[in-house]
Design a protein around this ligand. Structure first.
Ligand SMILES: Nc1ncnc2c1ncn2[C@@H]1O[C@H](COP(=O)(O)OP(=O)(O)OP(=O)(O)O)[C@@H](O)[C@H]1O
Length: 233
């Protein structure tokens, strides 16, 4: 589903992402882990066509992100880092707006499902600028999954959510990949990866220092924290 080939991004002397090769298969819930400043967000920006690589390339579903970015965006739901919905629309207006861009039919029912599932129907007439941070994140999740894309890419999916909502979103993500969707998340919270991911990559100083399944023999029975620290120390 995602093919990353010799991908690099340099900002002057900083090698934010350095010659990364990675494959994420359909049906995988893949977690990109790494300490602060290790290159996760830069990777996601290149996967989603927000910035151009210094070298190498990315394809999604066989489509090159640089040469056909619109096609990739049709196939993909995206929540960039700390993205918030437009301040001047209400929560419902925003979801309907996204549904129209995505050319969804009968979208009102799907939108209602999201309001109910993530328990924010009471806020659907509130302007996005007046929503709490957690509610804005719920709305961002809803817009990313609304058209049931082949692939969803999320920078820190559980940010600002309370434990009950985190549980619901984790359950949703597991179901989504169980039904054949593919989800790529970045996080620095190791427990999230251990709990829900089927595969993971660890990036450190721009280099991908591990990539594999969660049951990879290299991890074995080790606590993920121990495995992680061995790689990044
Ligand atoms: N636009 C930019 N200009 C210059 N340097 C940048 C830019 N964007 C990122 N960097 C640098 O690239 C490196 C990787 O940053 P990135 O944001 O990808 O890390 P991250 O793993 O997402 O970090 P965090 O977990 O703290 O969000 C850092 O050294 C950062 O300062």
């Amino acid at each position: 589903m995602i093919n990353v080939k010799d991908l690099s991004k340099y900002f002057g002397d900083i090698k934010a992402v350095d010659a990364v090769n990675l494959e994420v298969r359909k049906g995988e819930l893949f977690g990109l882990l790494g300490p602060n400043g290790s290159g996760k967000t830069t990777m996601i920006k290149m996967l989603t066509g927000q910035i151009k690589p210094t070298a190498g390339g990315v394809s999604v579903h066989g489509v090159d992100v640089l040469s056909d970015p619109l096609k990739v965006k049709e196939l993909t739901g995206i929540i960039p880092e700390q993205e918030t919905p437009p301040s001047f629309l209400t929560a419902e207006e925003y979801l309907h707006f996204v549904a129209k861009i995505r050319k969804l039919k009968g979208f009102e029912e799907q939108c209602e499902w999201w309001f109910s599932y993530l328990d924010f129907a009471g806020q659907k007439d509130v302007l996005c600028k007046d929503l709490s941070r957690g509610t804005r994140q719920k709305l961002m999740l809803a817009q990313a999954f609304l058209h049931e894309p082949e692939l969803v890419i999320i920078d820190e999916p559980l940010i600002n959510l309370d434990p009950l909502m985190q549980r619901k979103v984790k359950d949703f993500l597991r179901d989504y990949v169980g039904k054949g969707g593919t989800v790529f998340i970045s996080t620095h919270i190791l427990e999230i990866a251990r709990e829900i991911c089927t595969g993971m990559g660890i990036i450190y100083k721009g280099k991908l220092v591990f990539s594999g399944k969660m049951d990879d023999p290299a991890i074995g029975d080790k606590p993920l924290e121990e495995f992680f620290l061995e790689l990044v120390n």
